[in-house]
Design a protein around this ligand. Structure first.
Ligand SMILES: N[C@@H](CCC[C@H](N)C(=O)O)C(=O)O
Length: 283
């Protein structure tokens, strides 16, 4: 039996285990383990699996989607991972660094233990606009380009915000079959060879947007932190919103703030521990 904890951040849910536990139990294949553990019928059920690794004696967030594919970063996941680190006394103080594939990220946590009220502010790193090596295009940037999905012309942008994100600004969500179009764009590998996350974004005013995300490797989720960040970054780049944006997502609310400079985009949001226990791994 394998020790796990489960957390959710704005409804995006994750199983968290330590790599030490996986090694002790002789589980070598983390992708296959992720798809079993995340299965909502035969496993614990989650949008993703987070494995605590140590690199250079620092906590490293190793992330897998529910389908077993690996992803470089997860915004809601890193808040939940920070909560797990705090709960297990693996970090000291309310500000610390978590290592991820795209880089070291600084987290500031706010924890009212009595009310079990936890939120974290994450420096999300640098949005990457120059995407020549990342997707199949000759263009330097891929902003407000047109693609055709089933005869429907869609204006879409791509940036790398810790992971691969496409963003579509909509007037009305009901004009789009989000699951169908989301899945098609996710798998549009002629353009996005590593597949892609798909964010549908409605701008309400200069301080408020709403984002519905179809996630690569997990389908439609209740929130995507890197997706909300990519959406707010692009909304600001296109002049739709101010530096601080409230982002409504199906599972809650996130705040994205830009403080100037290329490395200063912050995401703030809640997380909650919802379970802990022992999992029986099916070999
Ligand atoms: N839910 C996450 C993103 C998880 C990874 C993503 N599905 C990918 O494949 O890049 C978030 O909150 O950022």
């Amino acid at each position: 039996m394998l020790k796990f904890e489960k957390y959710q951040g704005a409804g995006n849910d994750f199983v968290i285990v330590s790599e030490k536990e996986l090694i002790e139990k002789g589980i070598p294949e983390y992708g296959e383990f992720a798809s079993q553990v995340c299965n909502r019928h035969f496993g614990i059920g989650a949008d993703g699996l987070i494995i605590l690794k140590y690199v250079a004696s620092m906590p490293f967030m190793f992330f897998f989607n529910a389908d077993g594919s690996q992803a470089p970063m997860c915004g809601n996941g890193i808040r939940c991972f920070s909560h797990y680190l705090v709960n297990n006394h693996l970090v000291a103080g309310n500000e610390f660094v978590v290592k991820t594939v795209p880089g070291d990220l600084t987290i500031r946590v706010n924890y009212d233990e009595e009310r079990d009220d936890f939120s974290a502010r994450v420096n999300m790193g640098k949005p990457i606009f120059n995407i020549k090596e990342l997707i199949n295009t000759e263009k330097e940037q891929f902003l407000r380009e047109k693609i055709n999905i089933d005869g429907k012309e869609i204006e879409i942008s791509y940036i790398f915000m810790g992971t691969d994100h496409s963003v579509i600004f909509v007037d009305d969500f009901s004009d789009y079959n989000i699951d169908e179009i989301g899945e098609k764009i996710e798998n549009y590998t002629d353009l996005f060879p590593k597949k892609v996350n798909v964010n549908f974004v409605k701008v309400y005013d200069r301080k408020r947007i709403e984002v519905i995300t179809w996630e690569r490797g997990a389908g439609r989720t209740l929130a995507c932190g890197t997706g909300a960040t990519a959406s707010a970054v692009l909304a600001r780049t296109f002049g739709f919103v101010d530096n601080k944006v409230n982002v409504k997502v199906p599972g809650g609310q996130l705040v994205i703030e830009y403080e100037g400079g290329e490395n200063n985009t912050f995401m703030t949001g809640p997380s909650e521990k919802i379970a802990e226990g022992l999992y029986k791994f099916q070999r």
